[in-house]
Design a protein around this ligand. Structure first.
Ligand code: PLP
Length: 404
């Protein structure tokens, strides 16, 4: 195997590339997490996160992977035997279901084909049937990272409202927050679950619960055992910028930088950038003559694209070849998609040239691994990216002409 030079391309859909500014922020001596400097940092972070989640309610930070924040959402709001409604959109929905089952919740899983998001009509129909109000929470994954399919959260919210059901609404945004438009308050989500290592551009190790008033009220009556994840202890300490136990201090230095970067760029620009990269990637895949796993265009994910391998070709052999020859990591097929898809991460700290490099690596990899395809995917993508820039600069010219 050749010795790689230059930067590794980490194009899995999380963990994502950590930008230099964040790496430098993390690389500082750890400070006293009970001291005054920490309190100021804590207050700043907890305020900044509200902007990212688009909420006026508290956002809590756990030193944990995203899985921890899944558990925190459930144990703080529910009681043993409570029924939760979940949707089999892919591997992450399936893992959240498993976790809920192990906690002693009764999970009703609506089956799915792993190529579509949650069907709002199915949500409405199921909740209308539940006349005794047994369903206590509806749990959905905003962006299914195993499939590259995004669920239309506001439509699911509207479906819950139409059914006049009082269930709590929980959304996993681990691979969508800070890359795909998301609005905790406006969409009346009760608990938003997120993680550090995807759109937030940080290393793994932090996860989040944004909560609503309704969720906080539910926490008062919930009887599942909780200790580490307890919101009450967390909120009490957070009021002055501190934590009930030792926080992941250096990751919080990184989070401070990440929030600055996102707000400097502007969340709308961040979403637009991801949309452009998502569309350019899909144009490349189509030009190669390969199939995008997501079968509903309005549910295409802008943070990753899952690509089906042609019959008789193993996705992991292809990924191994790309890693060996071009030092790039692509996402593997998870669960029932094992060996059948590879996933291209195009989220986080990412730009046009990084995307062009990624797609060049895939196109070369397809050739080297002998996977049947047509050339021209990279060209289709850069045409799309350049066209977008051209429109932008023409609009800029028109604006400055108007100003004159
Ligand atoms: C990555 C991911 C998770 C899992 O998070 P961990 O940090 O691995 O615990 C859960 N849900 C979604 C949608 C994800 O993308």
């Amino acid at each position: 195997m050749s010795v790689p030079s230059g930067r590794h391309f980490l194009q899995i859909p999380g963990p994502t590339n950590v930008p230099d500014r964040i790496l430098r922020a993390i690389e500082r001596p750890t400070i006293d997490h009970r001291g005054p400097e920490f309190g100021r940092l804590g207050m700043r972070l907890l305020a900044g996160l509200k902007e990212v989640f688009k909420t006026a309610s508290p956002v809590m930070i756990f030193p944990a992977s995203g899985t921890g924040a899944w558990e925190a959402a459930l144990v703080n709001t529910l009681s043993p035997g409570d029924r939760v409604l979940m949707f089999e959109t892919g591997q992450f929905a399936a893992l959240w279901q498993q976790l809920a089952g192990r906690l002693g919740l009764e999970v009703e899983m609506v089956p799915g084909d792993w190529r579509h998001g949650v069907d709002p009509q199915a949500v409405e129909a199921r909740l209308r049937e539940d006349r005794e109000g047994r369903v206590k929470a509806v749990c959905i994954v905003h962006n299914e990272t195993s499939t590259g399919v995004t669920t239309r959260v506001p439509e699911v919210r509207a479906a819950i409202d139409r059914s006049c059901h009082s269930a709590l609404f929980f959304v996993d945004t681990i691979s969508s927050l800070a890359s795909i438009d998301y609005r905790h308050d406006e969409w009346q989500v009760d608990v938003t679950v997120a993680g550090s290592q995807k759109g937030l551009m940080l290393p793994p190790g932090l996860s989040f619960n944004a909560v609503s008033e309704k969720a906080l009220a539910a926490a008062g009556a919930a009887r599942l055992p909780r200790s580490y994840w307890d919101w009450e202890a967390m909120l009490t300490a957070n009021a002055t910028g501190y934590f009930p136990y030792t926080p992941a201090t250096n990751l919080l230095f990184g989070l401070d930088a990440a929030i600055d970067m996102l707000l400097d760029e502007g969340l709308d620009q961040v979403f637009a950038r991801h949309a452009r990269h998502g569309e350019a990637t899909r144009q490349a895949v189509r030009a190669w003559g390969l199939e995008i796993l997501c079968s509903e265009p309005r549910e295409f994910s802008n943070s990753l694209t899952a690509v089906l391998m042609p019959a008789g070709h193993d996705a992991d052999d292809f990924r191994r070849s790309v890693l060996e020859h071009f030092d790039m990591s692509l996402g593997n097929g998870l669960g029932r998609l094992h060996g059948r898809v590879f996933r291209i991460g195009h989220l986080g700290a990412f730009n046009d040239l990084m995307l062009a490099g990624t797609l060049a690596g895939i196109e070369m990899g397809l050739a080297v691994a002998g996977v049947p395809h047509q050339r021209g995917g990279l060209q289709a993508a850069i045409d799309h990216l350049a066209d977008g820039r051209l429109v932008q600069s023409q609009q800029g010219t028109m604006k400055s002409a108007a100003a004159v």
